[in-house]
Design a protein. Structure first.
Length: 328
């Protein structure tokens, strides 16, 4: 079989329907299978799949395994020589899957293939290719700096701005749509379940490159990624902290404990500065300037501040606090 497509669902049944329609709605030159695993959300996706997509293999996990754990569990049921890990809030455009499979099949040293991700409005999602996280690029990762130098090597997103029909070797491709050779995935030990959510794609790309394979960006393959729509407002602060925790975990594992501590220290400083500025704005404007927006931002950075100081211990084991909260 050419390809196994694995989709982890968490309260994304409506997006999942459209995702599956775009997979099956095109006459594909591939022998493929689709596996959907529900990460204990019980949102009706079983009924959806059984009624509308009987050919899909459906797995219902009784526990929230995290994004990495759920993908690993579904992989045990896959038989394709290539594996695509796909978010449910995506839509395949045309023959994107065929192009990615062709990239892996035609190059013996290609281990991973990623595509061009588009936002809902059709604009390019800058995060679809990245550099490996470091203390430096994470501290500078702000919209202002990216807009001033979008092609800078520090972001790793240069190929997005070049019109090339040929695959380009990059460091990291997004886990929202990541295709890997089955043999390579097995060789590097699958996803690292130390990452509950976020960071597992960068870690997988790192392991693959360390093993001597390449990570390819296939610019002529396009997939719409609605991005973050499978999470509700209640989980957004949880997700913010988990993003920082995952980045810190990657830096600790791949660059050492000292760099991870430095990252936390800089996050304490960054959060403190932002909280002071927002406090001053609130006081000087008597709370009249976008008070709801400032309150939300302050809550976000206060949570980051607590995490950076080590006060959010649940971040190391998120199921202790949110046993069934996960965005995928």
């Amino acid at each position: 079989m050419d390809l196994s497509i694995i989709i982890v669902n968490w309260k994304s049944a409506d997006f999942l329907r459209q995702c599956l329609r775009t997979i099956y709605g095109v006459r594909r030159e591939l022998h493929f299978e689709v596996i959907v695993i529900d990460n204990a959300s019980f949102d009706g996706c079983r009924q959806l799949v059984e009624k509308e997509f009987a050919e899909v293999k459906f797995i219902e996990s009784s526990a929230n395994l995290g994004f990495a754990g759920a993908n690993n569990a579904a992989f045990e049921h896959a038989i394709g020589r290539n594996i695509l890990f796909l978010n449910p809030d995506t839509e395949i455009i045309g023959l994107a899957l065929e192009s990615m499979v062709s990239t892996l099949d035609s190059n013996p040293i290609s281990g991973i293939a990623g595509c061009k991700l588009l936002n809902s409005d059709g604009s390019v999602q800058a995060s679809c290719i990245q550099a490996f996280p470091t203390v430096c690029n994470q501290l500078l990762d702000a919209e202002l700096f990216r807009s001033l130098a979008p092609r800078a090597r520090i972001w790793g997103a240069g190929p997005l701005f070049r019109d090339s029909s040929r695959p380009v070797s990059v460091e990291v491709v997004s886990g929202a749509c990541l295709m890997i050779k089955r043999a390579v995935f097995e060789q590097v030990g699958c996803f690292n379940t130390a990452y509950f959510m976020y960071g597992e794609d960068a870690d997988l790309c790192y392991k693959v490159k360390q093993a001597g394979w390449t990570v390819e960006y296939v610019g002529n393959s396009e997939v719409i990624h609605h991005g973050g729509r499978s999470s509700g407002a209640r989980e957004s602060l949880f997700a913010t902290v988990m993003m920082k925790q995952s980045l810190c975990e990657f830096i600790r594992r791949r660059q050492g404990k000292e760099q991870a501590l430095l990252y936390r220290a800089f996050m304490v400083v960054a959060a403190s500065i932002r909280l002071i500025i927002m406090g001053l704005i609130f006081v000087l404007t008597l709370g009249l300037f976008r008070s709801a927006l400032i309150a939300r931002a302050a809550e976000k950075w206060f949570n980051i501040f607590r995490w950076a100081l080590g006060l959010e211990q649940w971040a190391k084991n998120p199921l202790e606090r949110y046993p069934r909260s996960l965005t995928v």
